[in-house]
Design a protein around this ligand. Sequence first.
Ligand code: UTP
Length: 305
Amino acid sequence: MDITKAIIPAAGLGTRFLPYTKAIPKEMLPLLNKPAIQYIIEECLASNVKDFFLITSRNKQAIANHLDSDPGLEHSLQEHGKLDLLSSISRIVRAAQFTYIRQSETLGLGHAIWLARHSIGKEYFSVLLPDDIISGKMAGLAQLMRIAQQEKASVVAVQEVPHDLVSNYGVISIKKQITPNLFQVGHLVEKPDPKNTPSNLAIIGRYVLSHKIFQALDEISGYATNELQLTDGITQMMKHNEKVFAYKIQGVRYDIGNPIGWLKASIGLALQNTEYGPHIKKYLDELNTPQSFLYDNNKNITHYE
Ligand code: UTP
């Protein structure tokens, strides 16, 4: 089973990150010196997926500009011998192929994926939500692809979340546990009440899906109130005998769709980085001492009387 295509839905309004997201896409939030979208593209390239379909909307032009070549800048970096910087801006542009599809109304994640139906053949493909940044030894998407190829079926990424937070996620019910990290899915529930949740295994933003999802989304689109949910589409696809597995993805996952999650990601990624890590570690240690200004608001005030 070859999986060569990725759909990246990025047409959401980003209300949890307003006012920042009024004019700037949250996919362009910086994480150290790279925008979030670049981490997603690099995860795909590390998984040998090079054909991208980005679902975008108004005010998202910065994403396309970032993923395009810039001959003037590249020429200047070349002339000044700044070859490391040159490679940092041109590598992904050369390695990948980007197609943009506009979603003119935010009709839901399921609708965003459905818009790419003509770009995907009768094949399995991947979906990556750019809010979720996964940092680990093996690329998050590559982990899912391995399972999809082994089981010849669709796979969703899951992680355990605290019981009281299940209502923020789509959650799986376990039909069968196959290994400590791999489950066959019974059914999916979108944002369950913690009192009735089938598990604490929440779906996070990585999927490998069969093309059958498009027909399933078509079938339920007439019944959708407000937004067309991807989880409802997957449930419908399962009714047509497509098996779905859930894999507990190995690595740290950051949800950068809100300011606290983004700050945690910035600090977490900085601590793992050989260049930035020692500086941030020292700074965090300093903050954590009784001498820190956090504990003594008057520390830097000189009294002359
Ligand atoms: P979210 O539910 O997190 O919505 O979408 P959002 O707009 O990104 O953020 P908030 O909740 O308003 O703060 C999950 C993913 O689905 C995409 C989003 O861009 C995000 O990657 N999406 C959602 C679409 O592309 N189109 C939609 O109509 C809805």
